[in-house]
Design a protein around this ligand. Structure first.
Ligand code: AMP
Length: 429
């Protein structure tokens, strides 16, 4: 794809000068997509994460829109943390240095009086703030929000995670209804969805990483593996550093027991959960998982009904579920609270048909991934597996490639397009 120059995006000359001085030669994908949309004045939802250049994607068009207007506080950027607020302000100042626009920042955790003074002294055009501190300052009458024309909710899912939803709603009610609103968020938990519904009008979506269907935030992947190597692969996955509490699903009670025993022998702390257990026994097993007394819970589908555990980092389907509904139900066990979780499915060649049925149900393909450095033992001729190379082994940060990358077509014939589970994950707190 030919790169589009910054100059073609419609930014004002002094803003372009700031961009050049920052050393950027061409826009990142989200900048190329979002800047023209934002300049048109419509609302947008951006699914981009930090590191994609999203700050400039909203700051540059905002500066352009603010130029030449009346000198009032007209743009507000809300962020979850002091660090992010400071970073956004630093960038904004940098991009604004060839303009007469003034940028300021306020956040909690530091004394209020200097911020009060700063707001009183300076006629700001753009303010970056954390929600709680902004409301405090507004309550003291030192900041006016009734002329805000542009609102940005940056890392909105984190703000909601941190309990800022009521503050956001309060702030939004203080703003003029006639305004442009932009929301950037990696995921869309239900509470954020409500905030967004109230704050945004017919937003355009700028997705760099399209959210998965069953619940945004869950990263799904299929690991093709010969049947006889499944347990070894599971063992290898469980040893990965980012794997915390895990529910492993097996089809049968006996399968679950056998697997639990093998995993214990390999040194994992394991509990099992299958049918015929009382609610009390289930709660105990789940409690052990929740408190970290065991890392792995091996469960069957029947037992999974009603499981609700916070903080599960991974659901692993040791066996492909019988039905697509079971699949959605199983993977709904992760990604509940911080809406981040990985759902992996170990797929033997015999199980391909079921996976294709699941994909048809989801209306989307699930990315095939290979565990780097794992011995798939593909010498056996009857496995029907492509060699690891055919999948482009996703070592950390390498593949993901994007359009034109060398990722293979999936069994259903479409090209996978999701980020690999190892990349672009939202930072965990
Ligand atoms: P962000 O995703 O906004 O946190 O930006 C990530 C980093 O990329 C920051 O250090 C930016 O200064 C930098 N950056 C943003 N846009 C560009 C660009 N078009 N070219 C090069 N670097 C950029």
């Amino acid at each position: 794809m030919a790169a589009m120059p910054f100059a073609a995006l419609g930014l004002a000359p002094p803003v372009l000068k700031g961009v050049r001085a920052a050393g950027y030669t061409e826009p990142t994908p989200i900048q190329a997509k979002a800047i023209p949309l934002i300049l048109q004045g419509g609302d947008i939802i951006g699914a981009a994460q930090t590191g994609t250049g999203k700050t400039a994607a909203f700051v540059l068009p905002i500066l352009t829109r603010l130029l030449g207007g009346k000198k009032r506080l007209r743009a507000l950027v809300l962020t979850p943390t002091r660090e992010l607020a400071a970073q956004v302000e630093t960038n904004a100042r940098d991009y604004a240095r060839f303009t007469d626009l003034r940028v300021g920042v306020v956040y909690g955790g530091v004394p209020i009086p200097p911020q009060e003074k700063m707001l009183g002294r300076q006629g700001l055009d753009l303010l970056v703030a954390t929600p709680g501190r902004l409301l405090d300052l507004h309550g003291r009458g030192v900041v006016r929000l009734d002329e805000i024309e542009i609102l940005v909710l940056d890392e909105a899912d984190r703000m909601v995670d941190m309990g800022f939803a009521p503050d956001l709603n309060r702030i939004i009610r203080l703003l003029p209804t006639e305004r442009q609103t932009m929301m950037f968020s990696a995921t869309m938990p239900p509470e954020l969805n409500r905030v967004a519904t109230a704050a945004l009008r017919e937003p355009a979506r700028v997705d760099l990483a399209p959210p998965s269907r069953p619940a945004a935030g869950i990263t799904q992947a299929v690991y093709p593996v010969p049947k006889h190597r499944k347990t070894e692969l599971l063992d290898a996955i469980l040893r990965r550093h980012d794997v915390g509490s895990v529910i492993v699903f097996a089809r049968t009670k006996h399968g679950a027991d056998r697997l639990a025993k093998t995993l214990s022998r390999k040194g994992h702390s394991v509990a099992t959960l299958h049918g015929n257990r009382s609610q009390g026994q289930r709660e105990r097993a789940l409690g052990d998982l929740r408190r970290g007394r065991v890392q792995v819970l091996v469960a069957t589908d029947i037992a999974s009904r009603g499981i609700d555990v916070d903080g599960i980092t991974h659901v692993i389907n040791y066996d492909v579920p019988h039905t697509p509904e079971d699949y959605v139900h199983r993977i709904g066990r992760t990604g509940r609270v911080d809406a981040v979780g990985d759902a992996f499915t170990l797929m033997s060649p015999e199980e391909k048909k079921e996976v294709v049925a699941i994909e048809r149900f989801l209306g989307d393909t699930i990315l095939r991934v290979m565990m780097p450095d794992f011995d798939y033992d593909t010498r056996k001729p009857d496995l029907g597996l492509p060699g690891p190379k055919a999948y482009g082994a996703p070592t950390q940060g390498s593949a993901g490639a994007g359009p034109g990358g060398s990722r293979p077509a999936t069994p259903s014939g479409r090209r996978p397009r999701k980020a690999l589970p190892f990349e672009r994950r939202p930072r965990r707190r």
